[in-house]
Design a protein around this ligand. Structure first.
Ligand SMILES: CC(C)(COP(=O)(O)OP(=O)(O)OC[C@H]1O[C@@H](n2cnc3c(N)ncnc32)[C@H](O)[C@@H]1OP(=O)(O)O)[C@@H](O)C(=O)NCCC(=O)NCCS
Length: 166
């Protein structure tokens, strides 16, 4: 069954909390609410199996990062319910978020995760190395979304909602 991707709305909050808690642990269940309260949630998408009114089985969000000289976001959190994984839902959610931020005029997007998964979407650890983040290392990856994004560099400030996570 093909999953449909649509914008998340507040009616999805309870299911998203459960989805994130199951996929990433109890500390991340409240992440979306915290990002929204902080005013940094840019895009939030759900994947629904079968029809747009079906219960979401996947969730992905982009939130604002602060970096001097450009517009940056991070792709987080991204989660798919265990029984719906390995069908391309995670990849489609991530690709849709990248496209939305590109269309919105952002310069760069960062993600912290498995290079085997995110590398296929165009993220690279090499592009991330010019940034200083709280999570520098091989799992920190970036993708340029504009010409300026190819050379953007420097210290990156994350939303407070991520403090203590990852
Ligand atoms: C990471 C996560 C979001 C990926 O979701 P997903 O829907 O399984 O992702 P995809 O299906 O797009 O890709 C995952 C794998 O399925 C494979 N796949 C994709 N479509 C497929 C299909 N139609 N048939 C079979 N396999 C497929 C991909 O090649 C990929 O293979 P790999 O795991 O060997 O690298 C999911 O595993 C998850 O929620 N994990 C827990 C939370 C987490 O770690 N989030 C990321 C934090 S950075």
């Amino acid at each position: 069954m093909t999953a449909l991707i649509r914008a998340a709305d507040e009616g999805d909050d309870a299911v998203i909390r459960i989805l994130l808690g199951d996929a990433m642990g109890p500390d991340e269940a409240g992440l979306v609410g915290a990002l929204r309260e902080e005013g940094v949630l840019l895009d939030a998408l759900v994947a629904c199996a079968g029809s747009p009114s079906a219960e979401p089985v996947g969730y992905g969000a982009a939130s604002r990062l602060t970096v001097a000289g450009g517009r940056a976001s991070c792709l987080a959190p991204l989660a798919v319910a265990a029984e719906h994984r390995h069908r391309g839902i995670g990849r489609r959610l991530a690709a849709a978020l990248i496209e939305r931020r590109r269309e919105a005029g952002d310069d760069v997007m960062l993600v912290l995760g498995d290079p085997a998964f995110y590398g296929r979407l165009g993220f690279s650890a090499a592009r991330a190395r010019s940034f200083r983040t709280p999570w520098d290392g091989p799992h920190q990856q970036a993708i340029a979304l504009s010409e300026a994004g190819r050379s953007l560099a420097g210290a990156v400030r994350y939303p407070r909602a991520f403090d203590g996570l990852a």
